[in-house]
Design a protein. Sequence first.
Length: 260
Amino acid sequence: MKSALLALALIFCLALPSVAADNRKIVIGVTPFPHKDIMLIVKKLLEKEGYTLEIKEFTDYVQPNLALAGKSLDANFFQHIPYLDNMNREKRLNLAWVAKIHIEPLCVYSKKIKRFSELQDGDTLAIPNDPTNEARALRLLETNKLISLKPGVLVTVQDITANPKNLKILELEAAQLPRTLQDVSAAVINTNFAVEAELMPSRDAIAIESKDSPYANVIAVRADTVNTPAIKALVNASHSPEVKTYIENELLSKGIVPAF
C-alpha cells in the first residue's frame, strides 16, 4: 500500500509544471505608448538574465488592474500612483507599485484655438473621466486661470467654485479624448493617447502639466509578490541605464521624462 501511494505521489509531482520554470516567465499588461515601447527594451534585458517577458496590450485603464488581481498578469505598467491607490480602494484590490519609470504630463490640445484667450463664453472642454486624471485635468485648467476649485486631491466638476467663461466640462474615457478634438473647443489628454493620435506636447499643446507633477507612471504587482526574484529582476531591468537612455533619447521630445 505504501509503495503504491509513493508511486502515485511521484506521478503527481512529475505531472506538475516546474515552479522554477514558471518563475522564469513574467506576464505584464501595458497600454500601447510609451509603456509597450519601454517594456520591449526591458524584455531584451531580462532575456540576458534568463527571464521571458510576455507583454499583453490593453486599451483601457481598468482591466489591467483587474487582470493583475485575478492573476492572469504578474505585473502591469500603465498608471500613476494616485490612480492605483484609488483603484485599490474602489475595487478592494491588494496591489502595490514597485518602480517609478516615467512621467507623462497631461496637456491641453485644440483644433480650434491656439491660446486660452480665444475661448468663448459657454465653450466645451473635454477631460478624462477617471477620478485621478479628472482631478489632474481640472487642476491644470485652474493653473491656467480658467476655473477655480475647492481644496482637495480628487476634485471633480462638482468642486468648481468659479467658472468665469461658463465653460462646459465634458467627462469622457481617456482613450476617446483625441477623437473629440473636432467637436470641442479643447481637450485635456494623457500623453500616451495624444502621441498615438500624432499630437506632440512640445509642438501641439496649448498648456502642459508641470514637470514637478507627482504622477509618475509605475510598475504595479500583487502585494504578495513584491519581493519575489522575478519581480526584482523586472524592477532592475526597468531601472537600467539602457531604459533611462531610451526615454531621454526617444521620448523626451514627446514630453515624457524618466522618473528614476
